[in-house]
Design a protein around this ligand. Structure first.
Ligand SMILES: Cc1ncc(COP(=O)(O)O)c(C=O)c1O
Length: 424
């Protein structure tokens, strides 16, 4: 399903939006995180996939590969640590805490009574647990019944205490808020709700790094389209606000992609306000299986997103396989279920004559996709693709070796870390 957003604006980035998310704060977040040993050094790779572009009838496809962001395996490592650092700086204002020292356990005595809590469908909780460990405070993570064991164990291995509930993601968000109130803990959530916006804003701001790097790594030719997967909408708001502020009228078209069954942003577009999904919210794309739109993210998407679309689990799995296979000119890429969703959207849109026209996709289009996660659940990855993530990563390295004379836009220097995250 595709819904064009008649309210999308291409003029100057609004001041009221700039006060919430802006390039200045995004760049500051990026600088702070450069001191964190929880991230792999340098930008994540930006892969060029010319064979896939010609197969889908577009000019070019670039994939920003967030599987290489950190051993945690997803872009979420850019959000939770920043929100936690900014929260602690606010709580301990008089102490003039240094960001680089904070993320390196210099203030553990000061922070010994601090507990942070969040709900998660996997990746955000993993990033928060890792940040809390690096900072030296206690972390409690609330998991819903659909979070698989691999993801639960990965969070527990980072020292977080796990609370498991019977309900879905949206209920886990409510449980985290309830526990925080009862125990005077601090919620560090990636989604906003009534009266709770500062921390989700900081999380979203951290994601601006992806846009900043994708622009720097590009060869000067502006992207025409960015396909971005949506859960609660935070990733999309963080990334597209950066492009919109920087490029104004020249900005690319933004297309938001969600699972058919967890289409809260699509429903928001239909209704004109932050809305709930009408589907079962149970998708193989676990990171996108969110039933409620983040109202704060919606303020950005409602005026900046050009279209909202939904894709099936089947298309997402097909996209995972296509990325893993690579080809003579396309590097193999490890993309988890949610990571491949942007490509699923592009496959669907280019395969439908009407959608192709509605989105102005043609042989001149220069498309940016975000692979937001690697194999964050390695056994599930194997089940869905019939491939082991570590074998695809080895194929990626071999492909690079064979293409030594080709211009590579990124490097897989972080493969060792990704391999260990994938259990290889
Ligand atoms: C891998 C992955 N991609 C995309 C998203 C969507 O991010 P958001 O919920 O901020 O829209 C998530 C959220 O958890 C995720 O884990």
């Amino acid at each position: 399903m595709l819904q064009i957003n008649a309210n999308a604006r291409r003029n100057d980035y609004d001041d009221s939006l700039r006060q919430i998310l802006n390039i200045h704060a995004a760049d500051e977040s990026r600088a702070w995180l450069s001191a964190w040993d929880g991230l792999n050094a340098g930008p994540t790779p930006l892969w060029d996939l010319p064979d896939l572009a010609s197969r889908l009838g577009v000019g070019s496809i670039r994939v920003k590969d967030e599987g290489h962001r950190s051993p945690l395996g997803s872009f979420k490592a850019l959000g939770a640590p920043i929100a936690l650092m900014r929260l602690i700086k606010r709580l301990f204002q008089g102490h003039d805490l240094d960001a680089a020292k904070l993320i390196d356990r210099h203030y553990t005595t000061l922070l010994r009574n601090l507990t942070v809590i969040s709900a998660t469908d996997g990746n955000h909780g993993r990033a928060l647990a890792a940040a809390a460990r690096s900072i030296g405070c206690r972390c409690v993570i609330v998991l819903h019944k659909h979070v698989n064991d691999e993801r639960r164990l990965a969070i527990a291995a980072l020292g977080a205490e796990i609370v498991q509930i019977e309900g879905n993601y949206d209920e886990s968000v409510k449980e985290a808020a309830r526990l925080a109130k009862k125990n005077a803990w601090h919620v560090v959530s990636d989604t906003s709700y009534d009266g709770y916006e500062t921390i989700p804003r900081d999380v979203m701001q951290g994601y601006g790094t992806i846009a900043a790097e994708a622009i720097e790594q590009n060869d000067g030719r502006p992207y025409t389209h960015v396909f971005i997967q949506g859960g609660v909408g935070g990733l999309a708001a963080g990334v597209i606000s950066y492009f919109a502020e920087r490029d104004g009228e020249q900005r690319p078209r933004f297309i938001i992609v969600e699972p058919d069954q967890a289409e809260c942003l699509y429903q928001s577009a239909l209704r004109g306000h932050a809305a709930h999904a009408t589907g079962s919210v149970d998708s193989v794309m676990a990171g996108l299986a969110c039933g409620e739109t983040s109202p704060l993210a919606w303020r950005f998407l409602s005026v900046l997103a050009d279209a909202f679309m939904t894709v099936s689990d089947k298309t997402a799995i097909e996209a995972m396989r296509i990325l893993a296979a690579g080809s003579t000119r396309d590097i193999p890429v490890v993309a988890g279920e949610s990571g491949a969703a942007g490509l699923a959207g592009l496959i669907q849109a280019t395969g439908d004559a009407k959608e192709r026209v509605a989105l102005a996709l043609d042989e001149h289009s220069h498309v940016l996709l975000l692979n937001t996660e690697g194999a964050t659940a390695p056994a599930l990855y194997r089940q869905l693709t019939s491939l082991r993530a570590e074998d695809v990563l080895h194929a990626q390295l071999q492909w690079q070796g064979a293409q030594a004379t080709t211009v590579i836009l990124g490097s897989a220097a972080s493969n060792a870390a990704v391999l260990s995250a994938a259990g290889g």
